[in-house]
Design a protein around this ligand. Structure first.
Ligand code: BDR
Ligand code: CA
Length: 331
């Protein structure tokens, strides 16, 4: 193991089926240490998301601090969570749940991020896979946050691939475009893992069945159940996904980028978010370097980010499977 490892991570999430997939990949991966889970609204209400994070950790036998974060977007009205995608409970409508004794950390998600970053300056990677209100609030609490965190890797947005909630918008950015624009312009090392790459990673339900059969554990059984529900939604929308009875592995790619960035092709440039109008939620990457535009909002001083534009999906799929097959679960 190189001295820089393991990657010390705060996971900001709206769990959510692919969020659950991502969390379990992170827990299974030897080079990732999850220091805390901060939750937000999105796929479910924030209360349900926090309960799901506690539940997923309890199932996996891990004690990780979990906080509850923002419940709605900064400016626009909130929307009902998409129960038809993730289930009303966010985990594919589980038939039953075991009791969980672990309690939430009483701090807000934003306060937790700030506290951890201050205590470990330059060491923590923030992996964010939901709407970005917690990061936006954390920036208001601690304007030095961009220098206190090591990097931000977020699943959200799209450059060339069509959006998934409008022709141009991806769901996490759409859910809080004002917070997202603040996050993209804050000035931290930031990588956007958007639909340009997540729509390339189709994971079949049979893969989760193999993982569940291998471990014979309630954590991987629960994941298998949740993914089977989630795959029904994607199968109803995308023929090539239906053909393998699978789903997109959106959020897990943020963690795969963390541990295997060589599997991605990227492009750097300034990224802004359209906050209003028909393009609301669109992530706009300035793709031509060296051009000075006369329009406000694209000044040269604006920080640059990295956008993932291509991915070796087969290698990601293989890495996901081999990681999930590791002995990461206790009896
Ligand atoms: C993103 O939106 C959510 O539904 C998923 O969990 C993922 O973070 C995909 O657009
Ligand atoms: Ca998510």
């Amino acid at each position: 193991m190189s001295p820089a490892l393991p990657h010390r991570v705060i996971f900001d999430t709206d769990p959510g089926v692919d969020d659950a997939m991502a969390l379990y990949f992170a827990l299974a991966h030897p080079d990732i240490q999850v220091l805390g889970i901060t939750t937000t609204f999105g796929n479910v209400t924030v209360q349900q998301g926090a309960a799901n994070a506690l539940y997923l950790c309890a199932l996996a036998g891990r004690q990780i601090p979990v906080t509850q974060g923002v419940a709605r977007p900064w400016v626009k009205p909130g929307e009902a969570p998409p129960a038809y995608i993730h289930g009303a409970d966010g985990l594919g409508n589980l038939p039953e749940r075991m009791a969980v004794k672990e309690q939430l950390d009483p701090r807000s998600s934003a306060q937790f991020i700030v506290d951890m970053a201050r205590a470990n300056p330059g060491q923590i990677t923030l992996v964010a896979v939901g709407p970005l209100g917690n990061l936006s609030l954390a920036l208001r609490l601690e304007p030095e946050l961009p220098r206190l965190l090591k990097q931000v890797i977020l699943m959200g947005g799209t450059v060339l691939e069509p959006g998934n909630v409008s022709p141009v918008a991806e769901a996490n950015i759409w859910n809080d475009p004002h917070a997202a624009d603040q996050v993209f312009t804050a000035g931290w090392p930031l990588t956007m893992v958007g639909l340009d790459v997540t729509h390339r990673l189709v994971l079949p339900v049979t893969l989760f069945e193999r993982i569940a059969q291998h471990h014979r554990h309630r954590a991987t059984d629960t994941l298998h159940h949740a993914v089977a529900f989630y795959a029904n939604f994607y199968g109803s929308r995308f023929e090539h996904v239906a053909a393998v009875h699978g789903c997109f592995g959106h959020d897990v790619l943020a963690f795969i980028y963390l541990v295997a960035p060589h599997l991605f092709q990227t492009k750097s440039g300034q990224i802004r978010v359209a906050t209003d109008g028909v393009a609301q939620g669109q992530t706009i990457l300035k793709r031509q370097a060296g051009i000075e535009y006369p329009q406000a909002g694209w000044e040269a001083a604006l920080p640059s980010s990295t956008a993932c534009m291509g991915v070796d999906a087969e290698a990601c799929s293989a890495l996901f499977e081999s990681t999930m097959m590791r002995p990461w679960l206790s009896a």
